[in-house]
Each structure stands twice: as structure tokens, then as C-alpha cells.
Design a protein around this ligand. Structure first.
Ligand code: UDP
Ligand code: MG
Length: 139
């Protein structure tokens, strides 16, 4: 089933280096509509819960430490075919493999610090959005 929304995070490396504005601008220019947005700093345990599916992978500990290292911007984004179109806009997980002009190609500094998160399925987008936003915070 296709979704008309996705969930995204601007990761700590990008927020820390002042890339929030430029990334939001690319998201806007690509036609995504912001239906929820806020800045949060996750605890280590909250980051572990968010990335629970990756527990046990060799990169898990470093990833959750990184994701809880500073504030992030969490968002729900509306667009037709949102999940796939957003993953196209952000590019491959590894910035070295990302297409030119994608957000990760431009703003990632490594596979781990790859600037943005984008949900990979309808189920996960719904779950991730519910993890961060209550009913009165989304429009
Ligand atoms: N990651 C990492 N090393 C890896 C693979 C992934 O540090 O070898 C990090 C990276 O930040 C990535 C996140 O873990 O965005 C989640 O991995 P996933 O495979 O779900 O990639 P994504 O869906 O974010 O493209
Ligand atoms: Mg993923």
C-alpha cells in the first residue's frame, strides 16, 4: 500500500552544521508539504527504540550514540507517493553511492552521518510519526 506521507529526521550532523534551512528548502522545492515539525534531542534509549530493527547490527551502537548526540529535526511530510519519492530525493544510504543532487550526496559526511532519515514503508512511516508526534501536533 502506498502512503501519502512519510517521516523524516534531519540528523545531528546536519543540524549542528547549520544545514537545517538548506535541507528544508530542498524538501520544499521537491513539493513535499510539512504536516508536522519540531526539534528534539533523543536520549540514548529513545534512539535505541527508534532504530530497534537494527539492534545487533555492527553499526547499531555507533548509530544510536550519534543520533542522541545532539538535536534533530523530526518531520511528517506529505506528498503523493511520499515514501518512494522522498527516498529518491535523499539518495542512497551510503553518500558515495547516492545520485548527484540528492540530499545525502550534498550534505552527508559518512554512511552514519548521512544527514537525513526517510521511512522505508507505510507501516514504518506511521509508526515513526506516532513515536514523535501526538494528534494535536500534526496537520
Ligand atoms: N548506518 C550506518 N552504517 C551502515 C548502515 C547504516 O551507520 O553500514 C546508519 C545510517 O545512518 C543509516 C541508518 O544506519 O541511515 C539506518 O540504516 P538503513 O539501512 O535503514 O538505511 P536508510 O534506510 O537510512 O537509508
Ligand atoms: Mg532504513
Amino acid at each position: 500500500m502506498q502512503s501519502d506521507f512519510t517521516f523524516s529526521i534531519i540528523k545531528p550532523n546536519a543540524v549542528r552544521t547549520g544545514k537545517t534551512g538548506p535541507i528544508l528548502s530542498m524538501i520544499n522545492e521537491a513539493g513535499f508539504e510539512i504536516s508536522a515539525i519540531k526539534m528534539v534531542k533523543m536520549t540514548l534509549s529513545q534512539a535505541e527504540t527508534f532504530y530497534e530493527v537494527h539492534r545487533g547490527r555492527p553499526f547499531f551502537e555507533g548509530l544510536v550514540e550519534f543520533m542522541s548526540s545532539g538535536p534533530v529535526v523530526v518531520m511528517i511530510l506529505r506528498h503523493e507517493n511520499a515514501i518512494d519519492d522522498f527516498r529518491k530525493l535523499i539518495g542512497a544510504t551510503d553518500p558515495a553511492k547516492a545520485e548527484p543532487g540528492t540530499i545525502r550526496k550534498i550534505f552527508a559526511v559518512s554512511v552514519q552521518m548521512n544527514a537525513v532519515h526517510g521511512s522505508d514503508s507505510f507501516e514504518n512511516a506511521a509508526k515513526e510519526a506516532d513515536y514523535f508526534f501526538s494528534g494535536i501536533e500534526r496537520f
